[in-house]
Write a protein that binds this ligand. Structure first.
Ligand code: DLL
Length: 432
């Protein structure tokens, strides 16, 4: 079902006209209402009147996460605090969080964007959705919650944690949809197996996953274990939270809510625009967000965009699954490695599960990459011949994709750490 026919199926020409009109508005609005933008644009010698075409966006300087930190907590607001209806924050790894705020109008846009993605993922008003994202300052839980509620589904705000209880609720309350990070979904599936359940014991049919990178292979694994159709969903707090883009049931890229978010793909070193289908850094502009305008925000996420219409009927641009973040990209012996490439290789081996760790060390000035993987069960634990062959085959497959030698450690099932939120896959022990 297409939730908003007008917004999701307009012609490219109509979309570009709408985007230009909104871009002109938001740039002048930000310039007039947020001293940060006025100063930034004055210093760059650019005025709102210089925006006459969509390409003119390239004249505007970028906004980065450090701009949000430097203006903590309310320095980027365009409205008085009395007009704010919601405040969220993203958990920084250190120091102060990044605070984001929404007016009532922004909340409405957010909810509508989410409702579109819920419908695209196959969500319906008769669904019972268990939301296993952490409720709190994180935008994931409430964002999805609002979208599912808007389409009329019954929402279970289960939050994260106590996986056995989650499974009991899922069974007893007959949840038909699951919202979680892909790593937590996989963990739920493993716990179900451990407790002796079969996928048929549950009524799950739709899965909306996101907030961290996951390969197609990981989705296939989750689909197989939970008997649901998994979709990938992307967003970030600075722009709105979840709701920027998400896959439809055909799973061929994440449809961007382009009437609200204008995407650019740039070369991360030269900042020159890249062509359709080329991978680069995603830079996003919130075309309608009033409380805290976000114009040309450098996401550091690496993806590519396809503008061709989708067979589902939507004409909105589709973002490829994220390769990772520019700051997650490991440079090992001069070779660029994204954790998602490693995940893609590992999951082609049925003996190996979706939980893994990547450890990078430096010895004698040389980078070393270790990949720790887990067996899916105990079937081959004592069979050294098979373990050795498996190890050789995985190393060979990793070398073919990454072009570097990898140390591989195969550990027993349920040895590596599990996560309820975003998983931490990379442990970088190099001293810089
Ligand atoms: O993770 C918003 C969200 C919640 C999206 C729930 C989807 C579902 P932040 O905590 O601000 O917001 O983290 C944003 O997470 O810049 C990406 O690096 C990463 N990320 C989000 N979605 C995906 C995805 C939420 N589908 C940061 N694939 C982003 C890969 C993702 N990475």
């Amino acid at each position: 079902m297409i939730y908003d026919e007008k917004a999701e199926t307009m012609s490219r020409k109509e979309m570009r006209e709408l985007q230009l009109e909104r871009l002109k508005f938001i740039v002048s609005y930000a310039y007039d209402h947020v001293p940060f933008y006025k100063k930034k644009y004055d210093e760059a010698g650019v005025k709102p009147s210089h925006i006459q075409t969509l390409k003119d966006i390239e004249k505007l300087p970028f906004v980065t996460k450090s701009d949000l930190r430097d203006n903590y907590p309310y320095g980027l607001l365009s409205v008085p605090l009395s007009e704010i209806s919601r405040i969220h924050a993203s958990s920084g790894t250190s120091g102060k969080p990044t605070v984001v705020a929404y007016t009532a109008e922004d909340m409405e846009v957010w909810t509508e964007c989410m409702a579109r993605l819920v419908a695209a993922a196959g969500g319906r008003s008769d669904d019972i959705v268990q939301i296993c994202f952490g409720y709190g300052l994180f935008t994931g839980a409430l964002g999805l919650h609002q979208g599912w509620e808007r389409i009329g589904a019954a929402v279970i705000p289960a939050s994260t944690g106590n996986t056995e209880r989650q499974i009991m609720l899922m069974k007893d309350l007959q949840s038909t949809a699951l919202v979680a990070t892909p790593s937590y979904a996989l963990h739920i599936a493993e716990e179900m197996e451990r407790l002796g359940y079969k996928p048929e014991d549950f009524k799950l049919r739709v899965g909306m996953f996101g907030s961290e990178a996951s390969s197609d292979a990981m989705h296939a694994e989750i689909a197989r274990k939970l008997h649901l159709l998994p979709t990938d969903n992307y967003g970030l707090s600075e722009l709105i939270g979840p709701g920027v883009s998400g896959e439809c049931e055909l799973k061929c890229g994440m449809h961007v809510n382009e009437d609200h978010f204008y995407p650019e793909i740039l070369d991360p070193t030269t900042f020159k625009p890249l062509g359709e289908g080329e991978y680069g850094e995603l830079v996003l502009t919130a075309l309608t967000k009033k409380s805290m305008p976000m114009i040309r925000y450098r996401t550091k996420d690496v993806t590519a965009i396809d503008y061709s219409p989708c067979a589902c009927g939507r004409t909105t641009a589709r973002m490829a699954k994220l390769k990772g973040r520019t700051d997650d990209m490991l440079i090992i012996k001069g070779v660029n490695v994204f954790p998602s490439q490693i995940e893609g290789v590992l999951l082609t081996f049925p003996e190996i599960g979706g939980t893994y760790e990547i450890v990078v060390t430096r010895e004698d000035y040389k980078d070393k990459l270790e990949v720790r993987v887990e067996l899916v069960d105990d079937a081959i634990v004592g069979d050294y011949g098979r373990l050795e062959k498996l190890s050789r085959d995985i190393k060979h497959a990793l070398k073919t994709v990454l072009q570097i030698d990898v140390k591989l450690s195969i550990v027993e099932h349920m040895t590596l750490k599990r996560y309820e939120g975003k998983a931490k896959r990379v442990i970088d022990l190099r001293q810089y």
